[in-house]
Design a protein around this ligand. Structure first.
Ligand SMILES: Nc1ncnc2c1ncn2[C@@H]1O[C@H](COP(=O)(O)OP(=O)(O)OP(=O)(O)O)[C@@H](O)[C@H]1O
Ligand SMILES: [Mg+2]
Length: 338
């Protein structure tokens, strides 16, 4: 069941700018008086790793923000595939969990039988490495596809060792793209045209963006149906997000009017007063765009990167796997993904 959720228009405070799908309060970005000395009482990873036999995330009738919430149902199997929803995983702040979330939401969805393609759109190639693809030894990457309009995009798709999970890899070649794109015809729409021939072959395409708001990211926003913004639960979490919202708004008004904000995903959360306060501020800024599920800070995630597998496959019973599965379920339950 493919569908869009409601697109209400909300006035941005102060500047009279309009942005769809998100209630957005500028002053929430300042985060003036957070308690940086909050006690660190997070549970250890051993405690997190208990398999309680079901997918209930925190066993409570509310989420961490106190919103009424029940674990989303497991998605129904699909009998036909496509067209894909294209999701840009985007935040110009580095190290907030874009790649980790791309890999693990993709992993969870692929285990639910969805056909998933990740587009590694970062010259660091972290998504490629995280799925066991050594892109340094590969000639055909996303870079090749961007600059060869006659190339068949199937030639750059790599099948990972995981069922239903493919990737278009990236390597350092892509770092030249930002400059080269400037002189290309239709420079903002090139990724969209690369993906167009394969839209019907996948249920979801996740573009793992690099931490910048340059032309590559604009290409991702132009190709996307919606954006997921991972935000780390830390003191400066919302710094720069206003700039990201401006970029999204510009792409919406000039190139891609259908672009939605699918959600804000809070990552690296620990049960501390500090994180609770940060979470509250993120909620003040984005309201119901904040996913019910919050991703805990866990050493198992870097471990799964080393193992070159989604955590949902590497350690399926780990708390973090349940959290990422729950985000995948929420995306399906909300009709973002079939
Ligand atoms: N929930 C988490 N708990 C602990 N570590 C995490 C978590 N999420 C991500 N990490 C680790 O934090 C680091 C940064 O994560 P990641 O690469 O996903 O961020 P990113 O936003 O893609 O970074 P970049 O902007 O550089 O592309 C990685 O080492 C990753 O393993
Ligand atoms: Mg990354």
């Amino acid at each position: 069941m493919q569908g869009t959720h409601d697109a209400s228009s909300v006035n941005l405070t102060g500047e009279g700018a309009m942005i769809r799908n998100v209630k957005f309060q500028q002053d929430a970005f300042d985060m003036p008086d957070l308690d940086e000395t909050a006690p660190q009482d997070a549970p250890s990873d051993e405690q997190e790793d208990i398999d309680d036999g079901d997918d209930t995330v925190n066993g409570m009738p509310t989420d961490l923000l106190g919103r009424e919430y029940e674990t989303f149902p497991a998605p129904q199997p699909l009998h036909q595939h496509g067209p894909a929803r294209v999701i840009a995983m985007c935040n110009q702040k580095g190290g907030v969990g874009k790649t980790t979330s791309s890999i693990n939401i993709a992993g969870a969805l692929s285990q639910y039988g969805r056909r998933v393609l990740i587009v590694d759109f970062d010259p660091q190639g972290a998504a490629s490495v995280g799925l066991g693809i050594n892109a340094n030894n590969i000639d055909n990457t996303i870079y090749t596809a961007l600059f060869n309009p006659r190339m068949d995009v199937h030639e750059v798709i790599q099948h990972t060792e995981f069922e239903n999970l493919d990737i278009i890899p990236a390597n350092i070649d892509l770092s030249a793209a930002e400059v080269q794109l400037v002189t290309e015809v239709g420079r903002e729409q090139i990724l969209a045209s690369v993906l167009r021939p394969i839209i019907n072959e996948y249920d979801v395409i996740i573009v793992d963006c690099q931490p910048s708001l340059g032309l590559l990211t604009v290409n991702a926003l132009t190709a996307a149906d919606g954006v997921i913004i991972p935000v780390a639960a830390e003191f400066f979490a919302l710094r720069g997000v206003a700039l990201l919202m401006q970029s999204i708004e510009k792409v919406q008004s000039r190139i891609n009017p259908g672009l939605e904000i699918y959600g804000v995903l809070v990552t690296m959360y620990t049960r501390t007063l500090h994180c609770e306060e940060v979470l509250q501020r993120i909620y003040e800024a984005f309201q119901d765009k904040v996913f019910h599920t919050v991703i805990s800070r866990s050493i198992k995630l870097p471990d799964s990167t080393v193992a070159a597998a989604p955590i949902t496959i590497f350690a399926p019973n780990h708390k973090t796997s349940k959290e990422y599965r729950e985000v995948a379920r929420e995306l399906v339950a909300r009709g973002v993904i079939a």
